[in-house]
Design a protein around this ligand. Structure first.
Ligand code: ZN
Length: 240
């Protein structure tokens, strides 16, 4: 069984469509979403429809939660807050109902998915360093966990101690546990503007972190045209 695991789409339908086309090319039996379908970008409804109509399971992200009023706005910086307010004003009741229905975690064949961290998932902690990874590993019962939230692809391996890896492909060893951040579809922050997602092959026991080029200009132009903060368009072009 091969899983495509993607998240932090952030209303960037250009990036989402490019990633889904890449998934189709390389082949996956199932697609899962790590949340933050909306926020920042100009096409929230389009992204929700894509996830919903393709029956892609998704967990809840902090932006999804804020748009439906479940995470307070003071959690966010000015740009993010402006986008949350803009998004909330554009979504239909049905679309908001869908976002409200998303669970915080998901359990699959030997792995768990969560937007932020398994340590208090509704508190939206980032797993960027060893300490945060340790807290997440403490709550992990499966051998493997996929996370998003920081928009930075990274892999943590736990086997006695915890190590941090930047490789684009790894083999899952039987005696170790892993936390894999698959990066972001719609707003990468590692200096590479291409959309990011992960492929997990449960048979081969391998994870690959993939990058896909898309029409960044079109997505950033849509952000400007929508009247969203210009910074949100600029950061897409630079990938930060
Ligand atoms: Zn995000």
């Amino acid at each position: 069984m091969r899983y495509a695991i993607l998240g932090d789409i952030h209303s960037n339908n250009e990036a989402l469509r490019a990633v889904l086309a890449d998934v189709e090319r390389v082949g996956a039996d199932r697609i899962l979403c790590l949340g933050d379908i909306v926020g920042y970008g100009a096409e929230p409804g389009e992204c929700i429809r894509e996830i919903y109509t393709r029956r892609i399971d998704s967990v809840l992200g902090n932006h999804d939660s804020a748009v439906v009023g479940h995470t307070p706005l003071d959690w966010f910086n000015d740009y993010a807050r402006a986008a949350v307010v803009w998004t909330a004003g554009r979504l239909s009741g049905e679309e908001k109902k869908y976002l409200s229905s998303l669970p915080l975690t998901g359990e699959y064949e030997g792995f768990t998915i969560v937007h932020s961290s398994l340590a208090a998932p509704a508190e939206w902690n980032y797993v960027t360093g060893i300490i945060e990874a340790m807290r997440c590993f403490e709550c992990l019962t499966a051998p493997l966990c996929f996370v998003g939230h920081s928009h930075m692809p990274v892999i943590f391996r736990e086997s006695g101690g915890i190590t941090r890896h930047m490789e684009k492909a790894i083999r899952i060893e039987k005696n170790a546990h892993y936390i894999v951040n698959v990066g972001s579809v719609g707003q990468p922050r590692d200096g590479d503007p291409r959309a990011g997602y992960g492929l997990y092959d449960a048979g081969q026991m391998s994870v690959e972190l993939r990058r896909v080029s898309y029409d960044v200009r079109k997505a950033s132009a849509a952000i400007i045209a929508a009247g969203l903060p210009e910074f949100l368009a600029l950061r897409l072009e630079k990938g930060y």
